[in-house]
Design a protein. Structure first.
Length: 430
């Protein structure tokens, strides 16, 4: 593995999501940037001005992680904040995340416009601004490496334009699928728009020098069919070893604590867990803590369905507070998007595993994520209809509260620092 470069090589990283944006998606290139710099690279990040960006949540604590990284913020023109204001009265609350609304006439009208007039996505208004800044930085600093990460996949269109104009090694990062992403089924695409999306994706895949994904399996196979001569590399999201070691575990003996963190939508199979808890654990003193971007509607649904459970709505927590909550759990739960189990992987999986707390996931055990989780000694992934198995696992963890340690082989391999070493080596060898 490459420990450190003898001479600093410049790399431009185009990422829409960047601190103070919150959420797990921003953390991938935030940490890559930090550790690439430590390894001898000279990263230049181009992102969007947070005052104009369509960020669902903010986490200003993340800014400290990248305080030494060179960042250029640009303007943008996009409709999502206006849509959020018109539908919720707030500029962030209604920004879609992992779901597409089609309830009323206004939702359907906005969906149609977004689907067919904002290709490949509603954040494409950032492209021209970022492209201009990218050209300046590459020219001034003689940059030889460019990285674009999506979603939003419109970011890759900047890479396409730059690749046409400069002799540069271009790495494309697919944090989530593009054309095949599960929520595309809810968009009101015309046939022309669908074909345009496919054309753009194929053009990006075939013109890049390297394609990164966060998961192998079905997603990688699909992309390889579209670009059979392309180089593909899987680098999943890791965990912050410094933060995990820094925060001590503080568990209560007064109740059994179940914790979920992250995005939670109607496309997640959380109803399975609710039904099992309601039917089988009425006599257990349970506390269910939920933290992340979760609608008031879902929180109300959970509280109503589980009147005997203390449901703790933590709201959105910054990263350190989120890890502190995770480490207070007796059981961590995770839900995979319905219909996307084989194409996507949760950004928090390695962070969960790093705590050594038992984990219950509901998804496809045969998926790539399922194969990773199966290596944990106290980690289980079950299908939505595996009620008895889920009940038995929860009961086991309750009976052995505080006595189970969830060990994962070679865990240190997946720290953010170590996966960046793999990225660095991959870039050097391009």
């Amino acid at each position: 593995m490459v420990e450190k470069l003898d001479k600093k090589d410049g790399v431009v990283i185009l990422t829409y999501y960047w601190p103070p944006c919150g959420g797990s998606g921003v953390q991938r290139w935030m940490y890559f940037s930090k550790y690439l710099k430590e390894l001898g690279w000279d990263p230049f990040v181009i992102t969007v001005d947070e005052k104009k960006a369509s960020y669902p949540v903010l986490d200003k604590s993340l800014e400290m992680v990248v305080k030494d990284i060179k960042v250029k913020k640009t303007s943008t023109n996009e409709p999502l904040k206006l849509f959020s204001f018109l539908t919720t009265g707030g500029f962030r609350k209604g920004i879609p995340q992992g779901d597409v609304k089609n309830k009323g006439l206004f939702d359907k009208l906005f969906n149609y416009i977004r689907s067919n007039y904002f290709i490949p996505d509603a954040r494409k208004g950032w492209v021209d601004y970022a492209y201009g800044e990218c050209k300046k930085i590459i020219t001034k600093n003689n940059i030889k490496h460019l990285i674009t990460t999506g979603p939003p996949h419109s970011t890759h269109l900047i890479g396409l334009k730059i690749k046409e104009e400069f002799e540069i090694k271009w790495t494309v990062d697919f944090r989530d699928p593009w054309v095949s992403v599960f929520y595309n089924k809810k968009f009101l695409f015309t046939e022309k728009s669908i074909n345009k999306q496919k054309e753009l994706e194929k053009k990006v895949l075939n013109n890049a020098d390297l394609v990164l994904t966060t998961i192998g399996g079905d997603l990688k196979k699909q992309l390889q069919l579209k670009a059979p001569k392309q180089n593909f590399e899987v680098i999943i999201n890791g965990y912050d070893h410094i933060l995990i070691d820094k925060i001590k575990s503080e568990k209560s003996s007064n109740y059994f604590h179940i914790v979920y963190t992250g995005l939670l939508t109607k496309n997640h199979p959380y109803d399975t867990l609710l039904k099992i808890l309601k039917l089988n654990f009425k006599q257990t003193n349970l506390k269910l803590s939920l933290a992340g971007n979760i609608s008031g509607e879902i929180i109300k649904e959970i509280k109503t369905f589980l009147p005997n459970v203390k449901v703790n709505d933590c709201g959105y927590l910054n990263h350190e507070e989120s890890v502190r909550l995770i480490k207070s759990a007796d059981l961590l739960v995770n839900f995979f998007f319905i219909g996307a189990e084989k194409e996507m992987i949760s950004g928090k999986i390695m962070e969960y595993l790093a705590t050594e707390i038992p984990i219950l996931s509901i998804g496809d055990p045969k998926s790539e994520a399922g194969k990773i989780l199966s290596k944990g000694t106290e980690t289980k992934m079950y299908q939505r209809n595996s009620n008895k198995q889920i009940e038995n696992f929860i009961n086991k963890v309750i009976l052995k509260k505080g006595k189970l340690t969830n060990k994962f082989p070679n865990l240190e391999k997946w720290s953010r620092k170590n996966i960046t070493k793999k990225l660095s080596e991959t870039l050097v060898n391009l």
